[in-house]
Design a protein around this ligand. Structure first.
Ligand SMILES: NC(=O)c1ccc[n+]([C@@H]2O[C@H](COP(=O)([O-])OP(=O)(O)OC[C@H]3O[C@@H](n4cnc5c(N)ncnc54)[C@H](O)[C@@H]3O)[C@@H](O)[C@H]2O)c1
Ligand SMILES: O=c1ccn([C@@H]2O[C@H](COP(=O)(O)OP(=O)(O)O[C@H]3O[C@H](CO)[C@@H](O)[C@H](O)[C@H]3O)[C@@H](O)[C@H]2O)c(=O)[nH]1
Length: 327
């Protein structure tokens, strides 16, 4: 079976990617230090516990398996934490990725898929963001992701490391079968926090700012179903294995939802109200981040069919009710 290295395979998106890889006939090897992931989320292939900062561990990993490609999800990704401790983010996200990229090149593994983010674009005053939009990250998290993009560019030029960079917009939802889902500790994302407020696991959802220059005053984001997102990764992997060139793709739907629209949509799924506190703006948030690109659809044949707000909330709600949140 073709072996694929999945860094961050015990995390939210990585665990869904492992499921999708297994269903597509690959053997996903999850590599994770469990800093924000969960060993019981590794269900679809071998688990290798280790840290990207440990280069010897990576060399041993590449010597054990015969990887045809790498999906690199492992990173720290909390904007607040990044602002408080930028060194942690540069060390883990950039240093860890550099170790991985060097190990991949030295073991002649050349199909590399990287999780980047629309946070690399920064605040662009509401313009729709294409892959050609200039990147101006507003925090150390976005800057660390942009730096890894640059490292990949240099290694592509010098060592022929062909790669696909996916800049995700807001990832949401869960495996509809309920085998894996989203569980961050602490949780910072809107939809799981909203579901916690709906079923009383927290008192209320704080709406971070109602004075943004958007239609209803709350921030607008472009939400993508995690199953659509991991489907794009399989397409990106095949693109590289088939000899495709290095490419950057935005993964968004072109549809923006405000915080209030997300809250309204949840009522249709859960038939319950969301207790709300009107809060002030959260530091580092931009008014609007919406993908304006069709590149992934046109070139990869990607079609984010599950990414309706109702489907994303329904699948997240189903996962929420499995009790994993009560760990
Ligand atoms: N969730 C989103 O909306 C979103 C949006 C844009 C980009 N991304 C990116 O997608 C990727 C996955 O995000 P997620 O939401 O699944 O996060 P997550 O925290 O659930 O998963 C990340 C995993 O990486 C592991 N990890 C971190 N540093 C490591 C290291 N040095 N060595 C080994 N393992 C390490 C963690 O333990 C965790 O299991 C990240 O790179 C993130 O920046 C996520
Ligand atoms: O309790 C909450 C949490 C969030 N929000 C708002 O909801 C929106 C979405 O927030 P969140 O779910 O935290 O996502 P983002 O801050 O947009 O960041 C996510 O999406 C980015 C890409 O947009 C990724 O880079 C990050 O890793 C990922 O956390 C934002 O407008 C927040 O202000 C609230 O109002 N209340």
């Amino acid at each position: 079976m073709t072996q694929i290295l999945v860094t961050g395979g015990a995390g939210y998106i990585g665990s869904h990617a492992c499921k999708a890889l297994r269903a597509a006939g690959y053997e996903p090897v999850a590599f994770d230090n469990l800093s924000t992931g969960w060993s019981d989320a590794v269900k679809f292939g071998p688990f290798e516990q280790g840290d990207l900062l440990d280069r010897e561990r990576l060399d041993a990993l590449f010597a054990t398996y015969d990887f045809d490609g790498i999906l690199h999800f492992a990173a720290l990704s909390q904007v607040n934490e990044a602002s408080e401790d930028p060194g942690l983010y540069w060390r883990n996200n950039v240093g860890g990725s550099l170790n991985l990229i060097e190990a991949a090149v030295s073991h002649d593994c050349k199909n590399f898929v990287f999780s980047s983010t629309c946070a690399t674009y920064g605040d662009q005053d509401g313009v729709t963001l294409t892959e050609d939009t200039d990147q101006h990250p507003m925090n150390a998290y976005g800057a660390s992701k942009q730096a890894v993009e640059q490292i990949l560019k240099n290694f592509g030029e010098s060592h022929g490391l062909r790669h696909v960079i996916f800049r995700y917009f807001n990832v949401a939802g869960a495996d509809p079968d309920g085998e894996v889902g989203e569980f961050h500790q602490p949780e910072t994302h809107l939809i799981p926090l909203m579901l916690d407020a709906i079923d009383g696991k927290r008192d209320a959802l704080t709406v971070y700012g109602s004075d943004y220059p958007t239609e209803d005053g709350t921030c607008v984001r472009d939400y993508v179903h995690v199953m659509d997102l991991v489907d794009a990764h399989i397409k990106g992997l095949r693109w590289l294995v088939d000899g495709g060139e290095t490419r950057v793709f935005n993964l968004g739907t072109k549809n923006g939802y405000s915080v209030r629209e997300v809250i309204d949509a949840s009522r249709l799924v859960t038939n319950k109200d969301v207790p709300i506190i009107e809060g002030s703006r959260r530091e580092g948030d931009c008014a609007k981040l919406v993908s304006g690109s069709d590149r992934a659809r046109q070139e990869l044949g990607w079609s984010p069919d599950r990414s309706t707000m109702k489907d994303m909330i329904r699948d997240a709600w189903r996962w929420h009710q499995t009790g994993h949140y009560d760990k």
